[in-house]
Design a protein around this ligand. Structure first.
Ligand SMILES: Cc1cc2nc3c(=O)[nH]c(=O)nc-3n(C[C@H](O)[C@H](O)[C@H](O)COP(=O)(O)OP(=O)(O)OC[C@H]3O[C@@H](n4cnc5c(N)ncnc54)[C@H](O)[C@@H]3O)c2cc1C
Ligand code: FES
Ligand code: FES
Length: 1321
């Protein structure tokens, strides 16, 4: 059992969250304290991987242990909440605990310590900036600031000032107003989203002490039904046990074994835990190097090596530095704190980051069994096959010696992974060269690569050829051609990226070559000088501390403090989220007789089910029953718009992950084991997996939508140029931190059922559950307290789980299921992949005259919301550009993938991405600046869209101008051009991109909302509305609105939950419109109540709210009111291309600068400036949070996140280990977000605008900045003009697009001549 299961299920401590169960998200972070080598150690770990048995004599601190709302919040909890660092809050307890553990070890950390501490934590909502901003107040910078501020004229304590004081002499660079700070200028602009004066001081002496009873050790044995855990405390004992149990696993951190048991169904009956054995945990400095016991954790090893680097002469520490470089990017802190060096070696993974260094350095390993020891060198004979070594079954690894380097030896290590932080390598390498003293003649060379074979390998042939040669250009050429021959890969190799991986072996060697040249010259050896434009290729990546500015409109002077509308008010649940007290679906306390459900899903993309055999599963402990299609009392047909899906598969499956049935058992573990034991026989049918396959097979859902305006053919004739292009945009996993969850409770009479669901669509869940149960909707109540993120993923696909759970509960008793991350990713679909083909006609000036574009989306195995998604793509096909003659067509590809669905932006980003691709092509083909062509084509006030909607209250031009000036676009451009002239292998790029996002559901009937407001006789108000809270701060905004209309402090108003029995027939919380719709309904309800209270106010004008309420009550006036709102004047008709589609548009512009490493494809997000029109913000902190969160999610979409599918439609990326969302380190180094001032919107509540989705597309500015940088790299090879770059701009795509001498040595295999590992769907 893991610590996490124990905390949540046995102790009911639900503050610690389950986000992935594989150590990849940090939601389960807790602090462990252990007494070892006479000191206490506090360290953050992933509770999801920590075996409970390993915690004997260990103190565990969870988020509940450090503070609570009722008691007192710990400063780490308070500051993340008040700094707006908690949106949905599901990641928050984990982040709190990472910070807490850091402060326990170091009460005044540096920013770098903090960034390291968060390497293992993910947040999908906030964009990370506010978390860092809040916690910056604990850092050394903050302490210095405290002293600095006294001598500075700034009167205020503002968060972001802290950084700028030290960097620039103030956030305004000394250009502030009379009081010296720009944040209080007289223009009505404000920039502080929180005040540090509100923070309780942090006193590190007040922490809980280490329990003295845990300061001892002894050997232990725990016996379970499937495994025995033996924890010996002497070397002799463990060797004896290993002799007795040669198949026993030695487990230290469990970061490998835990994954094998959970995801690969491995069973290890005997486990040996060596954590208390001194020899395996010791560190010894010898004459030749440092010897680490095999159980030393990576954190400990890092600390020892860092110390050695500080004290030893530099020439001795080349190997140590290479190890440290690998450790910098090795997993996250929580993993490094428990994972052992021996575990990394003995896992023998071909993509181990440390083994290449150990191999290149020739480290020595001591292996031991009961009869003695032997020392082996880590060379290519150590690894005998995939995850196999020379270690004999009775042996264990006792220690590793990492040697000092020699005077003439140079060592480098490299790791290339999709994401820099906490990611597994694509290719990892270490290189060591030793020269004949005083010369550049190679005496010894070892080039070690991971990710190029089934084991870590040495490029022996290349090394042999280069031995005795001089380090120079000739050697480089020989090295590259030999490496290209030696480091080959089968084109079908697992992991794919064949060309990229092969090119990397050369590129990394080239980096090493240049680095060594520099070092040789520093030693006075006569070698050629590294050209100045190549120097940047040798620089190791060191993140810079991010800084940020947020600018918004201040509330008018004199407004009452009680009126919180327009103020940066904290998310109302933030404090509870930070203490772990906020209740999510799976935190609802267990019912006494509750059962757990696990889904049985298809392993085939397209097949007939021949048989389902449950006999083996039935025999397993805890199994109560199975649920199949026959158990559905109502209708098995389901679907959010058309009923083209089944609740449970009936005879046929149409995707991998198609739900066939379910097992209900007493516990999650038992249910999951039984589900895996169900045997299904299939007759396989040919699947359609990719868009291209669907086009070839004409496999489309109907209708095929078209929007046409003007005469495209005539436009092409008028154009000076016509060009054609295409682009593919990959899909995206929602990766809400809280996976789908449902608890269904039968009420025992009249077919009543109560469901607690993590869904954006309470009403849709209600109606589909009722349909499956065969009861009217009035028997089903759906309740939603809050979600740990939704992003569209919980709009319709949640019902695939909730209907099944309800069917099971209907059969028996309360049933719960929270999907594991891998199940959720497999089953629930994501953002639609899109392929766009375009033809664009334009004048010499760059003015676009005509456009013909076809969109193809991969809709998957059911219609779901795909038609509406495509319609929105078409409604955004021109993004912000005025094109007189335009035709867009949209095809929904029917494929055998899980149905794709709503995702923030809902097709809009894909539609706009294609338009930014053709506008970039236009600029590149004319040799003009893209910014100039964009500006030339930009809409103006009064222009009309392709669907004939007139643009009024148009603010995009203002956003554009402000963004240009705030980003200092022209100066930046000039600096980038200069940089690019001076650097051959790193290039910078810049792009400014606009967005125009239409606000309304395109299905007109959904543009309605209801609210229910009760006033109780004590004056407290219970507010309910149709929207759900998923972190976006909807409930907070609704309370702000009610507070304004009722004229009472917000503290008197409470929202308990969203439920179908309070506000019926609700639209999903989606389309960014929930504040507009529900806000207006709340306003309506509150106004009705105010009207009823008016006589009592008039009668007693000096009375209080409570007086008026009481008077009205005693006068028998109803103090409960329904509110309702529908958006007026909507209704578009595709046939006539007329009628209003959108109520209004949200506008924004972003400018981003990036730097790419042309040799590896890695990129850095240097700077982003965003100007966003959100009208009169209801809550600037929440709105800026939405802008930043959406931007970071878009950054993932366009630059990082890749779903890999096999050619047979199997999803290969099913967790944070293989699917990478942006992490803390991906924030642009400087980030400015400015909400456009003085831009009231007369079409939404209190002049505000929608904000949830519109900013997401602004992240495409990073994509196009990357494309700009690639263009500069291609120009070095003489390649000019438009080129295709698909999204995301991953490291692989960037590298492959930077054509050069290395890429030419690694040509791709002929398409069609092999079966690729993954396909572009
Ligand atoms: C989220 C996450 C991120 C990761 N990131 C990286 C990364 O960036 N780079 C990387 O290289 N790896 C990474 N890993 C892999 C893993 O963390 C490392 O391999 C780690 O060093 C394993 O150590 P452990 O103590 O947890 O091993 P365990 O799981 O305890 O054991 C691993 C294996 O080693 C064997 N073993 C351990 N000690 C001995 C011994 N003394 N004698 C004989 N056999 C022994 C065990 O029997 C078992 O087979 C990651 C893993 C996770 C879960
Ligand atoms: S749940 Fe443990 S790291 Fe994700
Ligand atoms: S607030 Fe971080 S995942 Fe939602």
């Amino acid at each position: 059992m893991t610590l996490l299961t124990y905390l949540r299920r046995k102790l009911g401590l639900t503050g610690t969250k389950l986000g992935c169960a594989e150590g990849g998200c940090g939601a389960c972070t807790v602090m462990l304290s252990r007494f070892q080598t006479h000191t206490q150690h506090h360290y953050a770990v992933n509770a999801c991987l920590a075996p409970l048995c390993s915690l004997h004599l260990v103190a565990v601190t969870t988020v509940e242990g450090i503070g609570s709302v009722a008691r007192k919040l710990h400063p780490v909890q308070e500051r993340i909440a008040k700094a707006h660092g908690s949106q949905c809050g599901f990641c928050t307890p984990g982040i709190v605990m990472s910070m807490y553990a850091l402060l326990r070890n170091n009460p005044t950390p540096k920013m770098a310590d903090m960034e390291e501490a968060f390497q293992g934590n993910l947040c999908r909502c906030t964009g990370y900036r506010p978390i860092l901003e809040g916690y910056k107040t604990f850092t050394v910078v903050r302490q210095i600031y405290k002293h600095t501020v006294k001598t500075h004229s700034c009167q205020n304590t503002h968060s972001h000032c802290i950084f700028f004081f030290l960097q620039d002499g103030g956030c305004c660079g000394g250009r502030g107003r009379e009081n010296g700070c720009c944040m209080t200028n007289g223009s009505g602009e404000a920039t502080a989203l929180f005040s540090t004066t509100d923070f309780a001081p942090f006193d590190p002496t007040q922490e809980v002490i280490f329990p003295p009873e845990l300061m001892r050790s002894r050997s232990l044995c725990f016996r379970g039904d499937r495994a025995t855990w033996l924890q010996p405390d002497t070397l002799e004992e463990i060797l004896r046990l290993k002799w007795k149990h040669p198949d026993a696993r030695v487990v230290v951190g469990n970061t490998e074994v835990g994954i094998e048991v959970k995801f690969k169904n491995m069973v290890y009956p005997v486990i040996l835990a060596p954590s208390f054995i001194p020899e395996l945990n010791s560190v010894t400095h010898t004459e030749d190097g440092v010897v680490f016991g095999a159980a030393c954790t990576l954190s400990h090893m890092g600390a020892v090596l860092r110390q050695a680097v500080e004290t030893l002469p530099p020439h001795q520490t080349e190997v140590f530095l290479a190890v440290l470089e690998q450790l910098r990017w090795f997993a996250g802190q929580q993993i490094r704190n428990v994972a052992a060096v021996g575990g990394n070696i003995m896992t023998a993974s071909p993509i181990s980051d440390l083994n290449p260094v150990f191999m290149a350095a020739g480290c020595k390993l001591t292996l031991m069994d009961k009869d003695g020891s032997r020392v082996v060198q880590m060379d290519d004979s150590f690894f005998t096959g995939y995850r196999r070594t020379v270690l004999r079954p009775q042996e264990i690894l006792v220690s590793i010696e990492i040697p000092y380097s020699q005077k003439t030896q140079f060592v480098s290590a490299f790791k290339q992974s999709p994401r820099r932080e906490d990611d597994i390598s694509i290719v990892t390498a270490a290189m060591s060269v030793t020269f004949t003293p005083g010369s550049n003649v190679v005496e010894d060379l070892r080039l070690s690569y991971g990710g190029m074979a089934a084991t870590t390998v040495l490029a022996k042939r290349t090394a042999n050829r280069l031995r005795g040669r001089c380090w120079g250009e000739e050697l480089l050429q020989e090295a590259c051609s030999t490496l290209a021959e030696e480091m080959t890969l089968d084109p079908s190799v697992p992991g794919g990226m064949v060309t990229y991986r092969r090119t990397l072996t050369l590129s990394l060697f080239y980096k090493f070559y240049l680095t060594v040249l520099q070092k040789l010259r520093q030693q006075g050896v006569n070698v050629e000088e590294v050209k100045s434009d190549c120097v940047s290729a040798t620089e190791l990546y060191h993140p810079q501390t991010p800084s940020s500015v947020q600018i918004y409109q201040a509330v008018p002077k004199g407004r009452s403090q009680d009126d919180v509308l327009g103020r940066p008010m904290m998310h109302l649940s933030a404090m509870k989220q930070a203490t772990g007290e906020a209740v999510y679906c799976d935190d609802v306390p267990l019912y006494e007789n509750e059962l757990y459900l696990s889904l049985i899903t298809s392993s085939k993309a397209h097949a007939r089910i021949i048989s389902v055999d449950t006999s083996a599963a039935e025999r397993l402990p805890g199994v109560v029953c199975f649920v199949f299609a026959d158990d559905i009392l109502g209708s098995n047909a389901t679907g959010p718009v058309v009923y083209d899906e089944s609740v449970l598969a009936d005879g046929q499956v149409t995707c991998v992950g198609h739900i066939i049935g379910a097992v209900v058992a007493d516990t999650q573990l038992h249910a999951q084991r039984a589900a895996k034991a169900v045997k299904i026989q299939y007759e396989e049918l040919q699947p359609v997996v990719t868009i291209q396959e669907a086009i070839a097979a004409q496999s489309f859902y109907q209708p095929i939508r078209t929007i046409q305006k003007g005469d495209p053919e005539a436009g092409f004739k008028q154009a000076d140029h016509v060009l054609e292009g295409e682009m593919h945009i990959g899909g995206q996993e929602h990766f809400y931190l809280e996976t789908n969850a449902t608890l269904a409770v039968p009420r025992g009479e009249d077919g009543e059922m109560e469901l607690f669901v993590s869904t954006q669509s309470a009403s849709k869940t209600q109606s589909l559950v009722a349909k499956a149960l065969g009861v009217p909707a009035n028997r089903v109540v759906v309740r939603v307290k809050r979600m740990g993120g939704g992003f569209g993923g919980k709009e319709s696909r949640t019902t695939v789980l909730s209907t099944v759970v309800a069917v099971a509960a209907n059969k028996y008793r309360p049933v719960r299921c929270m999907l594991d991350r891998d199940e959720d990713m497999l089953i629930t679909g994501g953002r639609h992949p899109f392929y766009g083909k375009y033809k664009v006609g334009f004048l010499n000036s760059g003015k676009v005259m005509a456009l013909d574009v076809s969109y193809y989306s991969n809709a998957g195995n059911s219609m779901d919301l795909s038609l509406s998604v495509m319609e929105r793509a078409l409604f955004h096909m021109e993004n912000s550009y005025n094109v007189a003659n335009v035709r867009g067509q949209g095809f929904l590809c029917r494929t055998n993938l899980p149905s794709n669905t709503a995702f923030r932006g809902f097709g809009g980003p894909q539609g706009m991405m294609i338009s930014e691709s053709w506008i970039t092509d236009v600029a590149q083909s004319l040799g003009k600046a893209a910014e100039e062509v964009r500006r030339l084509n930009l809409y103006m006030e009064g222009d009309s869209t392709p669907y004939n909607q007139i643009l009024d209250q148009f603010t995009l031009d203002r956003c554009w101008d402000e963004c240009l000036s705030r980003s200092e676009y022209q100066q930046r451009r000039a600096a980038i051009d200069l940089y690019n002239r001076q650097n051959r292998w790193t290039k910078r790029g810049l792009a400014i991109v606009p967005t125009k996002f239409g606000i309304s559901f395109t299905a007109v009937f959904l543009n309605q909302a209801g609210a229910l407001v009760h006033i109780y006789t004590d004056g407290s108000v219970l507010l309910t509305h149709g929207g759900t809270e998923m972190g976006q701060g909807l409930h907070t905004k609704m309370v702000q609105i009610a507070s304004r209309v009722l004229g009472i402090p917000y503290s008197k108003i409470h929202i308990s939950e969203t439920s179908t029995n309070t506000v019926p027939n609700t639209s999903p919380t989606a389309a960014s419109a929930s504040s507009d719709l529900n806000g207006a309904a709340v306003q309506n309800a509150c106004e009705i109540l105010m009207k009823r209270l008016e006589p009592y106010k008039n009668k007693n004008p000096k009375g209080s709210w409570e007086d008026w309420v009481k008077s009205a009550y005693f006068d028998r006036v109803s103090l409960s009111a329904n509110g309702f709102y529908k958006t007026p004047d909507l209704g578009y008709d595709f046939d006539s291309n007329s009628g209003r589609v959108f109520n209004y548009f949200s506008y924004g512009v972003a400018c981003s600068e990036v730097e790419i490493d042309c040799l590896t494809g890695a990129h850095k997000n240097l700077s982003t400036t965003i100007v966003m029109d959100v009208g009169h913000s209801l809550n600037p902190a929440i709105d800026i949070g939405q802008v930043e969160g959406a931007f970071m999610q878009g950054l993932g979409l366009f630059t990082l996140e890749e779903l890999h599918y096999s050619p047979r439609g199997v999803l290969l990326t099913r967790g944070p280990g293989s699917y990478k969302i942006p992490a803390f380190g991906d924030i642009p180094t400087t980030l400015t977000v400015s909400l456009l001032r003085d831009a009231p919107n007369d079409k939404a509540i209190f002049a505000s605008k929608a904000v949830g989705e519109p900013p997401l597309f602004l992240a495409s500015s990073v994509f196009f900045a990357i494309k700009d940088a690639i263009s500069a790299a291609r120009a070095e090879s003489g390649i000019k003009g438009p080129f295709r770059l698909d999204s995301p701009a991953s490291a692989e795509r960037i590298r492959n697009a930077c054509t050069d001498r290395f890429t030419k040595l690694c040509p791709p295999a002929e398409p069609g001549s092999f079966t690729p590992w993954s396909v572009q769907v």
